[in-house]
Structure formats: structure tokens, C-alpha cells
Design a protein around this ligand. Structure first.
Ligand code: UN1
Length: 509
């Protein structure tokens, strides 16, 4: 296939990088097939990484870490700068592959590569800003400070929906912090992972640090459990469902390891009575329909002031009719397929549950009768407390509900197990500030007059409650990849104890 060539992908690819000579040559294991969700047909296959591949990857990564941590952080940043440049060169080809393998639109596929480039640039700057504080000591001629040191080998488990950007948030920041990274991508998107590893290798092969990034692709639950429970990996960063995140958290906590969890969301937009609908409508559309509703930041609930409800529903249904659905590689299409049959089944089940609960379908609700895994973007009048509304269906279903007062809207908004991303559309500064205040949205991401999805990398990304509590990407998320060390240095020639404690042995003449 032409799309695979520029990225050096073959019909059968190795699913493990980081063994002694680079890619594993083992062909004994099962093959993982990558399917094109637009047609349901196979694209190419990958040899599943074996447990012996895994052991070798761990050893090589560990060896690399011992030297990588000694390289001054700004020099580590230089290597990430070059990887960012290699991604710039491959943006179009990688964007195509993301679109082919995940079914997201070409524009969004390219956007995902741009997100990688942005975080690479950010990481370069961060490499000169791994700041520790100094604090005044209570003792004379003492100095106190803190330093940040790398943790070691970081395990990164990513989901199919953002198959490369979320890896880059973790990997580039962890790398400038001095960690090495072992990646277990979703077995639904193995090809994009291999392509990214290949692009990184084009830079790393020229350095002494070939194994700062390694890859092992497996679809075996048992192997994933081994990875998560491996005491040699101090931090597991996981992006995926709350259900799996909870299991991972238990396994990692048991060994007192650290986790960074980016889990499900049930993100809502509040549309206030004087909201500018020319801003709100396109933001709702992108939030609910972008990536076919398969972002963790997808807008799933719409809480609308009763006075503008009819007007907004009319504007939305008119806009929904114009959404172009089809081959995501064709730039005229705004929406591609869901990832696989299972996702379509979840969509169907939710539509059934909506009907049973008495929900009114205002638009869509059907699976499209064509090859691949296409469904209609769907608008439903629903009640917040219904089970189906409370769970995250990874599909383009938007639940609409009304409110009278902002207090009611905020209460409705926060009545969810999840707390990832949220937004309000209002020109009213009082209402906007109330939503941003401690008594407002309980989410990790809270926006005014922009939608819930499409966050920039500069901020810390993550949510609260069942959304996991982790923070990745910008701001001070780098601290998750490092261990903090507190230092007290005495330059007084006398030993004094803190808290004024006296502990002296009586002097005998
Ligand atoms: C995800 O869906 O897991 O904010 C990540 C966004 C993207 C990242 C989404 N920048 O929608």
C-alpha cells in the first residue's frame, strides 16, 4: 500500500523494538492484524512481541537509562528537538497513516502529528527548566534545596484514539527528564506506533542512545499485566477506560509504584442564555462529532438554557445534516468510521437504552449501511440521571438537556462520575467566573467560549474523579516523571538540630 511506503512499513512488521539489535526478528509469535475501519479490511500485520523480547527490551532500556541520566538535560533536549524536526518532515505521511488506521479525518490525523511536534518543542524548552526550589533553613549557615532526578524506565500504555500524540506527551517530557520509555500501544493501532518508532530511530541511530524509546506490541492481557506489575518500572502512564485504569491502579499500587491515569470522560458544555451561537454551534459540532466521538474530551452532554433551547436545537440539527461522512483520507469528509465492530455494537446498545429510557432522538441514531464501521452523528433529548447518559459510549452521541438557573446547570454538570473537560458559552463574566470558581465545574479542564476537546499541549491535561487524576503534557506535568530530592547542607562547622532539639553528650574533662 502506497501510504505505508514512506514510513518503511511492510506487509508483516516486527512488533518489538529495543532488543539487542534493534527490531526483533522473531517470527514465531502470533500476528496482530491492523484493520482499516473505513473498509473493515486488513492493512498489514505485526508479529506480536514475545516475553523474551520484553525481557531484552527491559535490559537494554535499563542500560541506556544509566547513561542517558548522565547526559545534561539541555543536551537531551537537543535530541528531542531533532526528533521534532524528523516529525515535521514526516507530518503528511504519518498524518495519512493515523487517518487510515484510526479512521479519524486527515485534518485530525495531521493535527495529531502537530501535537507531537508541539510537545517536542515544549520538551526542548523544559529541558532547561527542571527547576528545584531553595528554601531558607531554620539553622544558621545551612542551605536547603530540592533537586529533581529521573525516575528510570517509564511504561506508557496508549489508546487507539490518540495513537501517537499521547505517547509523545509522555515520552518527550520523560526523555528530557532523563528517563527511558517503554511503549505498549493499542493493538488496534500497531502500524502508527511502528512508524513513530522508525522516525525516532532515524535520529537516535546517530547517537549513543538508541534505546531511550522502545516498543512492544502485544494483544495478550497476561503480558500487559506482567508489564504493569513489573517492579523495575517505577511509573506506568495509562490512557484508556476507567474500568481498565482502575485495574492498573490496583496492580501498580500493590507494588507501591506510581501511575499517571488519563481515563474516561463525560464532558459537558453549558450554553447560557445570551451565548453567541455562532461560536457555540461549531464548537459543539467539533466536540461531539470530531474523531467520531472517540476522544476522551468528546462533548457528550449539552446543558442548554431553556430560553434558547429551540433555537439551538434547530441550528444544531441543520448543522448535523451538513456533516460529510466517509473515507477519512478524503479531506472533504468531516467524520470517518468508528474503530471497529465492537464500537458499533456499543453505539447500537446505547441507542437501544436511550429508546428504552424514553429518550427522543433529534438526529441520527443509525448504523450506516456501507462497508466499514460508520454510524450517524446522533443528537438525543435525554435526562442526566439515565444510566446510558452517565456512561461513556465512545461514539458520536450527544445528550441534550435544559436548565433554568446557572446553579442548576452547574449541579447537573457535576452530576457525573467523570470530571475531565468542560465548557461554558456565555458573554456574562459573572457566570463565566462562577463556572471557573471552586464552586463551579469540578473538571480538570474548564473552558469559556471554546469547546471541551482540542486542548493545547501547553496546559496540564487531565481530569478528576473517575477520569483518573493524572496530569500530562505542559505546565508542571514534568514532575510526574521525576523523583524529588530534598537536600540540607551544613556549612557552619557546628552541628545544630532542627526544631531546637538539644542532643549533646556531656563533655568530660
Ligand atoms: C484523548 O482523547 O485521549 O484535547 C486525548 C484533545 C486532544 C487530546 C485528546 N488534544 O482533544
Amino acid at each position: 500500500m502506497d501510504i505505508l511506503k514512506p514510513l518503511q512499513l511492510k506487509n508483516k512488521n516486527s512488533g518489538a523494538y529495543g532488543v539487542q539489535n534493534g527490531w526483533s526478528t522473531s517470527t514465531k509469535s502470533d500476528e496482530i492484524i491492523s484493520y482499516n475501519p473505513t473498509t473493515g479490511e486488513p492493512i498489514a500485520s505485526v508479529y506480536c512481541a514475545s516475553l523474551s523480547d520484553y525481557e531484552m527490551i527491559i535490559l537494554e532500556s535499563q542500560k541506556t537509562f544509566l547513561n542517558w541520566r548522565k547526559l545534561p538535560a539541555p543536551q537531551r533536549g537537543e535530541i528531542i528537538r531533532e526528533i521534532g524536526n524528523a516529525l515535521r518532515k514526516n507530518k503528511d505521511a504519518l498524518g495519512n497513516l493515523i487517518s487510515l488506521e484510526t479512521g479519524k479525518s486527515k485534518q485530525e490525523g495531521d493535527g495529531e502529528v502537530q501535537e507531537m511536534i508541539d510537545i517536542a518543542d515544549f520538551a526542548v524548552g523544559q529541558s532547561r527548566m527542571l527547576y528545584g526550589k531553595t528554601m531558607p533553613s531554620e539553622r544558621p549557615d545551612h542551605r536547603m534545596m530540592e533537586q529533581w532526578h529521573p525516575l528510570g524506565m517509564i511504561g506508557v500504555i496508549t489508546a487507539f484514539n490518540f495513537p501517537v500524540a499521547v505517547w509523545a506527551w509522555n515520552a518527550f517530557i520523560a526523555a528530557v527528564c532523563g528517563d527511558t520509555v517503554i511503549w505498549k500501544p493499542s493493538p488496534k493501532t500497531p502500524l502508527t506506533a511502528i512508524a513513530v518508532q522508525t522516525i525516532c530511530n532515524s535520529v537516535l541511530e546517530k547517537t549513543e542512545f538508541k534505546n531511550i524509546f522502545s516498543l512492544w506490541i502485544t494483544d495478550k492481557n497476561e503480558d500487559a499485566k506482567k508489564f504493569v506489575s513489573d517492579i523495575r518500572i517505577p511509573l506506568i502512564s495509562f490512557t484508556g477506560s476507567t474500568l481498565v485504569g482502575r485495574q492498573i491502579n490496583e496492580m501498580v499500587s500493590k507494588r507501591l509504584g506510581k501511575t499517571l491515569l488519563e481515563l474516561s470522560g463525560n464532558n459537558a458544555i453549558i450554553v447560557d442564555k445570551a451565548a453567541d451561537l455562532s461560536l457555540a454551534v461549531p464548537a459543539i459540532l467539533f466536540g461531539a462529532v470530531g474523531t467520531a466521538g472517540q476522544r476522551c474530551t468528546t462533548t457528550r452532554r449539552l446543558i442548554v438554557h431553556e430560553s434558547i433551547y429551540d433555537k439551538l436545537i434547530t441550528a444544531l440539527t441543520t448543522a448535523y445534516k451538513k456533516i460529510t461522512i466517509g473515507d477519512p483520507l478524503d479531506k472533504k469528509n468531516l467524520m470517518g468510521p468508528l474503530i471497529d465492530k465492537e464500537a458499533v455494537d456499543h453505539f447500537k446498545k446505547s441507542i437501544e437504552d436511550i429508546k428504552k429510557a424514553g429518550g427522543k432522538i433529534l438526529f441520527g441514531g443509525n448504523v450506516l449501511n456501507r462497508p466499514g464501521f460508520f454510524v450517524e452523528p446522533t443528537l438525543v433529548e435525554a435526562e442526566n440521571n439515565w444510566d446510558v447518559v452517565q456512561r461513556e459510549t465512545f461514539a458520536p452521541i450527544l445528550y441534550v438537556m435544559k436548565f433554568k438557573t446557572l446553579d442548576d446547570a452547574i449541579a447537573l454538570h457535576n452530576r457525573s462520575h467523570f470530571a475531565l473537560s468542560s465548557a461554558i458559552f456565555t458573554p456574562n463574566v459573572f457566570n463565566a467566573e462562577q463556572f471557573l470558581s471552586a464552586c463551579g465545574s469540578d473538571c480538570g479542564i474548564v473552558n469559556v467560549n471554546i469547546g471541551t476537546s482540542g486542548a493545547e499541549i501547553g496546559g496540564a491535561f487531565g481530569g478528576e474523579k473517575d477520569s483518573g487524576g493524572g496530569r500530562e503534557a505542559g505546565s508542571d506535568a514534568w514532575k510526574s516523571y521525576m523523583r524529588r530530592q530534598t537536600n540540607t547542607i551544613n556549612f557552619s562547622h557546628a552541628l545544630s538540630l532542627a526544631q531546637g532539639v538539644q542532643f549533646e553528650i556531656e563533655k568530660t574533662e
